[in-house]
Design a protein around this ligand. Structure first.
Ligand code: FAD
Length: 462
């Protein structure tokens, strides 16, 4: 069998192609013919675990139309991006506000490397127009299907000890509040509102445009290899300091992790797709592995991991930093203070092993730099390690996630706003020094609670 590559391994450990049909997921209508129309289809999130029957969908064609609508609409409104959150931030039987017509590059500043986009633009539709003006986003998350407003509203992040979540690179944003007022906000004009609205959870208003601090267009070389998890954790800080990006995908029921190091390069583009031969060989190996109970799986997974070869690829930054994840899953992610990262990860891996949790998805272990927003997971004066666990969408994630969540709490973890967690206002207040300040701003901007759903009421203790 040909050596496996990291990309094939990660795609296949998701099991989607082998376990058969996944939950059907209906996509949001992305081509609204009119700006307001009754909803005829249920809304589902990406994983299919969340659904709602919104009474209507509103899709403005310009910012003023959005403001007029918010000022006059009755009942509950929820802004929605591309539905890639696992936490029930969006579900409502009220009106979904969809910005699929407020997209694209609106303006840019060459001298300062900033660019302004309609807030409904998907991250994956930003790379090429930015490259055309010799700019690129400073960092990106694992995928690029999210909208700019949706991603920043939950403090979506990538990896890199020197890189903050995407929200922290916002220099200006336009927030349309529930009474229809349009606020152009930045750190000088309204510092507190700016700190709140960069990670606003869709609870302060609808963001219609965002200006990002970018950098000059750059190319990245990504290298991946496999090693013992204990070795990789021992050297993690050193690797994180010496590479632009560094992360791990620790394998469950295994002593190994896949390491990914990514650095700027001038080398020519070399990013070939996986070959069909490699794909077929891997399917066979995985099918054998899956028949073995978790408690007996370690030698097999270790053997498979040791076959994963060293691999390299070079491409434009936005093509290297993001991936395509076709297999649907649910995810829980917490950020723990950096000093607790390795211990927390090791305890999670040990618990999965001790409890013989039948999970094949690797974990994900990343570093995120501190920032000055009110509610990002890494806000404040400490850098954080972000640790994710996943479960395929066709299986009940609750027993696994319920088992692991207290470990995150033990290490001082803060939940990713867009991912599964069970925390309410009391716990969140203890985790975020500026939580009450955010709640006050929310109450001022939305005194009638028109932007609240059940999940947000729980989060804010209302
Ligand atoms: C396969 C996959 C991979 C992922 N990888 C990562 C990763 O690497 N790193 C990471 O941090 N996260 C990751 N996520 C999580 C994801 O980035 C977040 O959940 C993100 O918020 C989803 O963006 P969205 O456009 O789908 O927004 P939605 O999920 O639709 O909405 C998210 C929030 O944004 C609000 N919102 C949307 N649009 C607006 C607007 N115009 N104005 C105000 N509020 C708005 C919504 O009300 C809601 O509160 C991943 C998710 C998936 C499914």
């Amino acid at each position: 069998m040909k050596p496996l590559t990291r990309r094939r391994f990660l795609a296949k450990t998701a099991l989607g192609t082998m376990l058969g049909a996944l939950n059907p997921v209906l996509a949001l209508s992305s081509q609204a013919a009119s700006s307001f129309f009754p909803a005829s289809t249920r809304w589902h999130n990406w994983s299919g675990a969340l659904a709602a029957n919104p009474s209507a969908r509103f899709s403005p064609t310009n910012d003023q139309q959005l403001a007029d609508f918010l000022a006059s609409a009755k009942g509950v409104l929820r802004p929605v991006g591309s539905g890639h959150s696992f936490a029930p931030l969006v579900p409502t039987d009220g009106v979904l506000v969809v910005l699929d017509q407020l997209t694209g590059l609106r303006s840019y500043d060459t001298a300062n490397n900033t660019a302004t986009f309609g807030a409904g633009t998907r991250l994956g539709d930003m790379g090429a127009p930015l490259a055309n003006i010799n700019q690129a986003m400073i960092n990106l998350p694992d995928i690029d299907r999210q909208t700019l407003a949706g991603a920043t509203s939950t403090a979506t992040h990538g990896t890199g000890i020197n890189f903050k979540c995407l929200s922290a690179y916002i220099t200006d944003l336009r927030l349309v509040t529930p009474n229809g007022e349009v606020h152009d906000v930045n750190a000088q004009s309204a510092p507190a509102l700016f700190d709140a609205a960069r990670v606003g959870l869709g609870a302060l208003g609808v963001v219609s445009q965002i200006t990002l601090q970018n950098t000059q267009r750059y190319r990245l070389k990504q290298t991946s290899w496999v090693d013992k998890t204990e070795n990789l954790l021992r050297d993690f800080d050193q690797q994180a300091a010496s590479h632009r990006h560094f992360e791990l995908f620790p394998l469950t029921h295994s002593d190994f992790s896949i390491a990914l190091a990514t650095d700027a390069t001038d080398e020519p583009i070399n990013n070939p797709p996986a070959s069909p031969e490699e794909e077929a060989g891997f399917d066979l190996a995985m099918q054998g592995w899956m028949k073995v109970p978790p408690s007996l799986r370690r030698p097999l997974v270790n053997g498979l991991a040791e076959q994963i070869g060293f691999s390299e690829r070079v491409d434009e930054s936005y093509k290297i930093l993001t991936n395509i994840r076709n297999t649907r899953f649910n995810e829980m992610e917490y950020a723990v203070p950096l000093k607790n990262g390795a211990a927390c990860l090791q305890e999670i891996l040990q618990t999965i092993s001790d409890a013989a949790v039948d999970v094949v998805f690797p974990l994900e272990y990343r570093y995120v730099s501190r920032d000055d927003t009110m509610l990002s997971m890494s806000s404040g004066d400490e850098d954080h390690a972000a640790i994710s666990i996943h479960r395929i969408a066709s299986e009940d994630y609750r027993p696994y996630f319920n088992l692991i969540e207290p470990i995150f709490w033990k290490y001082g973890g803060r939940p990713h706003w867009g991912k599964v967690h069970s925390l309410g206002a009391d716990q969140l207040m203890a985790l975020y020094p500026r939580f009450d300040e955010f709640r006050e701003i929310r109450a001022q901007l939305d005194p009638e609670g028109r932007l609240l759903n059940e999940h947000l009421r729980k989060i804010f203790g209302l």
